[in-house]
Design a protein around this ligand. Structure first.
Ligand code: PRP
Length: 232
């Protein structure tokens, strides 16, 4: 795994060509208000986070390439429809990325899901790859990478390297993300300019502890309820 340049203060210009932020509607801000609130219970957090995740997944799927497909309706007429040009798979960056699997299953139960386990060193914030289990012939798929948080971008780059080393072309990857920092986007888009990044918010900046501002806290802890015994 490569070392990630953590030049957080000055490196926040990023290549915008393949970075897509959801439209910042009042409705989306309402959902963000629910999940960014530090007093949100686990139930509130997961309930509203799932709605943002659904929007991200729908927007990610709409950007894919479709082919024509005809079907015959029950009244014998022809419907000129569409089908995905490539099969789709998901790959979750464990643990926080697994939060996106439920909504994906609500969209299509047959989509295979792989896992990549990456954990950051608490001090250096540098990512370490522990485990990867990917769908067979993953190079034939369009891959949706599930990772709600992109702070320094180190974990994202590590996950994208695993996929590209497995034969996936960067243009066949969509990185599905809730919050990202300009600094992290600069690092990721420099290394992988052809990967599409679909996010719900480009944050203001990273602080000195590599936390996004205004941010949401530790997404994995809040989604899976591993910090507060009383929050249900
Ligand atoms: C968090 C988050 C991302 C990563 C982002 O994971 O879920 O995976 O940090 O940070 P980066 O862009 O600076 O690499 P964490 O290591 O806290 O693990 P978790 O998913 O178990 O919460």
């Amino acid at each position: 795994m490569s070392a990630i340049p953590l030049n957080l203060a000055s490196n926040s210009e990023f290549d915008t060509r393949n970075v897509f932020e959801l439209e910042q509607t009042d409705r989306l801000k309402y959902l963000h208000t629910k999940i960014r609130d530090k007093t949100a219970s686990k139930r509130q957090f997961t309930f509203y986070a799932d709605q943002v995740i659904r929007l991200l997944l729908e927007q990610s799927l709409q950007r894919l390439t479709f082919n024509n497909k005809q079907v015959t309706t029950p009244v014998g007429a022809i419907y000129q429809g569409k089908q995905f040009a490539k099969p789709i798979c998901g790959v979750s960056v464990v643990r926080a990325g697994e939060s996106m699997e439920n909504e994906l299953r609500r969209i299509d139960l047959n989509i295979p899901i792989g896992k990549i386990l990456i954990q950051r060193d608490p001090e250096s914030k540098l990512p370490k790859l522990y485990y990867a289990k990917l769908p067979e012939h993953i190079e034939q798929y369009h891959v949706l990478v599930f990772e709600p948080m992109l702070a320094t971008g180190g974990s994202a780059i590590c996950a994208l390297e695993v996929l590209c080393n497995s034969g996936v072309k960067p243009e066949n990857i969509t990185f599905v993300n809730l919050l990202c920092s300009p600094e992290g986007l600069a690092n990721v888009t420099k290394r992988f300019p052809d990967v599409v990044i679909q996010t719900s918010s480009i944050e203001q900046c990273l602080n000195e502890h590599a936390f996004m501002i205004p941010g949401i806290g530790d997404f994995g802890d809040r989604y899976f309820g591993t910090t507060d015994l009383g929050a249900v």
